[in-house]
Design a binder for this molecule. Structure first.
Ligand code: NAP
Length: 441
């Protein structure tokens, strides 16, 4: 009988694994199990609302979902509605594709003050993720500091620096659009503990910082190296770094006059302590220098006044009951995606939070090849058992048609020029799936 596989998580890694299985094993049964009523993981909840073209990858995922081999079960949480042990009993293989959704702590004094938030929470908030829509970060301040030199730091800075007009064409929920557009923010600091050559920005995203209508990008030219001599990396890495340096040099020469906001790139500064009584009033940073590529404190420190600190320092995965987890590395130990007999991992839970959307594709391919060559004859009940159990437990699962009803309702409710108005609570999403809503909040 045909091979039956459950994929836990419907972000890019889950969809790529599903597609690889459906292509390689005709007639197989692949069921995607997703905690939220909506598919696509970070494409919906992480990719910046002003990067709509990046979100177009969901069209390929829609084709995957439409394959006869594939079913989507949204609003079904493993660990709440069904256990991993049950899934392993029902399916020949379970692929864990749950990403890395947890913010890493800064590990400095004052971190617990109101006004210190992690990037996963902050990005989730402005993306209308049901887990974070109530975050309500206080943007009633003139300056915000973002810690980290990766693309997530750039996404956050760019969104905060945009004007109401620039934000109008995004799918930012109204509450986030109003909070940003009405905020008195003037200065956004992006701080990196190492230098410009070590920053993880990609160049297209860095260049965007120089193309904002009412914000100037500011760099202290003395922090930019003349060349990349001594910097390690592949030819490709070095070419990217070279481009980033050229872009940053362009910012040094740019005239900030007449712009109401500024994004300041501050390198060689590592967070030491958050200042404030009950809420953040500033961040103390220690100047660093590079020693063997690492940021070493110099003992000199300075403070940035700010009302919000966003730690965009990478995220980590969380353990899923029944799946081995390496606390130190924040991933599920695996060998090319294989965790145990019939248990696999793909994407960020497999290898940590790095790479772009397409980086997940080979992960899916590798596990599909393994499943294809190791599981030939299935005696498992698969989908039939899953549906029986969900019915018995009264779980209101969301299928792909339901999701498409949500999608249509969100598109119909969009403000002028915006792609959609997201429903931001599970209840609203379920009501839209049931066809009970035609206007988002
Ligand atoms: P990231 O690229 O790993 O960047 C994390 C940054 O945080 C690094 O600059 C790192 O510095 C710094 N950092 C880590 N721990 C720190 C600490 N304790 N104190 C100060 N700084 C610290 O992570 P990310 O920005 O979250 O992005 C995750 C992945 O998603 C990346 O692969 C990224 O490219 C991708 N992404 C892509 C896009 C896009 O293509 N448009 C958009 C968003 C995200 P060190 O280098 O010194 O460790």
């Amino acid at each position: 009988m045909t091979v039956k596989v459950a994929v836990v998580g419907s972000g890019p890694s889950g969809f790529y694994a599903t597609e690889a299985l459906a292509k390689r094993i005709p007639g197989c049964e692949v069921d995607i199990i997703e905690r939220l009523p909506t598919p696509y993981g970070l494409i919906r909840g992480g990719v910046a609302p002003d990067h709509q073209s990046t979100k177009r990858v969901t069209r390929a995922f829609d084709r995957t979902a439409a394959r006869p081999e594939v079913r989507f079960y949204g609003n079904v949480a493993v660990g709440r509605d069904i256990s991993l042990a049950e899934l392993r009993e029902f399916y020949d293989a379970v692929i864990v594709a749950i990403g890395a959704p947890i913010d890493r702590p800064l590990g400095i004094p004052g971190e617990g003050l109101s006004g210190v938030v992690g990037s996963a929470a902050f990005v989730g908030w402005y993306n209308g993720h049901p887990d974070f829509r109530d975050l309500a970060p206080d943007l009633n301040c003139q300056a915000i500091t973002i810690v980290g030199n990766g693309n997530v730091a750039l996404d956050i800075a760019r969104l905060l620096a945009k004007t109401r007009g620039e934000l109008a064409s995004t799918d930012l929920p109204d509450y986030a659009l109003e909070a940003i557009a009405e905020s008195p923010i003037r200065d956004v600091y992006i701080v990196g503990r190492r230098g410009p050559a070590e920053a993880k920005f990609t160049n297209v995203e860095l260049r965007e910082m120089g193309q904002l209508s009412d914000c100037a990008a500011i760099v202290n030219g003395s922090q930019l190296p003349d060349s990349l001599a001594g910097v390690e990396g592949s030819d490709r890495d070095l070419r990217l770094k070279q481009k980033n340096l050229a872009t940053l040099k362009g910012f040094v020469d740019a005239d900030p006059a007449g712009k109401s906001k500024r994004v300041h790139f501050c390198f060689y500064a590592k967070p030491q302590a958050v200042l404030g009584q009950s809420k953040v009033s500033g961040l103390v940073l220690e100047r660093t220098r590079l020693v063997d590529g690492r940021a070493e404190g110099t003992g000199q420190s300075f403070a940035l006044d700010c009302g919000l600190v966003v730690a965009a320092i990478g995220t980590r995965s969380e353990p899923l009951e029944g799946v081995p987890f390496d606390e130190k590395r924040g991933i599920t130990p695996n060998e090319e995606g294989r965790v145990a007999d019939g248990l696999y991992a793909v994407g960020w839970i497999k290898r940590g939070p790095t790479g772009v959307i397409g980086t997940n594709k080979p992960d899916g391919e590798a596990v599909a090849v393994h499943i294809q060559s190791h599981i030939a004859d299935s005696k498992k009940a698969g989908r039939r058992a899953l549906e029986g159990l969900l019915k018995q437990r009264n779980v209101r699962s969301v299928d792909f048609n339901d999701w498409q009803a949500i999608d249509r309702a969100e598109i119909a409710a969009a403000r002028a020029g915006a792609p959609r108005a997201k429903f931001v609570t599970v209840d609203e999403l379920l009501a839209a799936a049931d066809g009970l809503t035609d206007a988002a909040e």
